[in-house]
Design a protein around this ligand. Structure first.
Ligand SMILES: Nc1nc2c(c(=O)[nH]1)N[C@H]1C(S)=C(S)[C@@H](COP(=O)(O)O)O[C@H]1N2
Ligand SMILES: [Mo]
Length: 207
């Protein structure tokens, strides 16, 4: 760990102690923020919900697309979780509503050949994850934050939420989940971010 991350880690530990929180909730090298920083590469897309769909494609028996009303008709889940950005902020107890990605993938019937998923976004952003990472209960396609529809800056109308990975894996403006027969790096993974991005192992960069 470098000197900067030591200082930040110390700051993080002091913050949790002061607030009576369990220090084990803050991954190494992270500090806590009450704000909700915005990190987007490029402009927010203009989205018309009448002309919007989410596709599930690739190594699946039954590829499909959902319109907005169809997605909203699926069983909805609200959960509270911590999020961790590679730029070192963590935010505790964030509350999200959406549909578990496991349910979306099950509906498409993933073939045995499907091992990874590339998330596709409006504007061309992509990010990759192993299939099993998306089957966790806490992984959603989320359309609401804190009981309110997502703001454009935070990925409206729909974003991925993958709390166990650094937040760049939580793709905003989500439009497609492509099941792949092999791993394929996404936008930031091609630009130096770690392929796996586990905050607990500080997998920030890989070159
Ligand atoms: N489509 C898209 N999704 C994205 C990004 C992006 O640039 N485009 N940035 C990622 C990064 S690097 C982070 S840290 C989070 C930031 O989410 P927030 O702006 O809601 O905090 O979104 C991720 N999802
Ligand atoms: Mo990020």
């Amino acid at each position: 760990m470098g000197i900067t991350s030591k200082i930040i880690a110390e700051r993080g530990r002091r913050q949790v102690a002061k607030q009576g929180l369990d220090p084990a909730r803050v991954p190494p090298g992270q500090y806590l923020t009450e704000r909700f920083p915005v990190l987007t590469y490029g402009p927010n897309p203009a989205v018309d919900l009448h002309d919007w769909s989410l596709s599930v494609s690739g190594e699946v028996e039954a590829p499909y697309s959902l319109r907005w009303d169809e997605l909203m008709a699926m069983e909805q889940v609200t959960l509270t979780t911590d999020i961790h950005c590679v730029t070192r902020w963590s935010k505790l107890d964030t509350t999200w509503t959406g549909v578990p990605v496991g349910a979306l993938l099950a509906r498409a019937r993933v073939k045995p050949s499907g091992t990874h998923v590339l998330a596709h976004c409006d504007g061309g952003y992509t990010t990759n994850l192993p299939l099993e990472a998306l089957l966790d209960d806490d992984v959603l396609v989320a359309h609401a934050y804190d009981g309110r529809p997502l703001e454009p800056d935070h990925g409206a109308p729909l974003r991925l939420l993958v709390p166990k990975r650094y937040f760049w894996k939580s793709a905003k403006f989500l439009r497609g989940l492509e099941v792949l027969p092999a791993d394929q790096p996404g936008f930031w993974e091609l630009n130096g971010y770690h392929n796996d991005g586990d905050p607990w192992r500080e997998q920030r960069h890989w070159f």
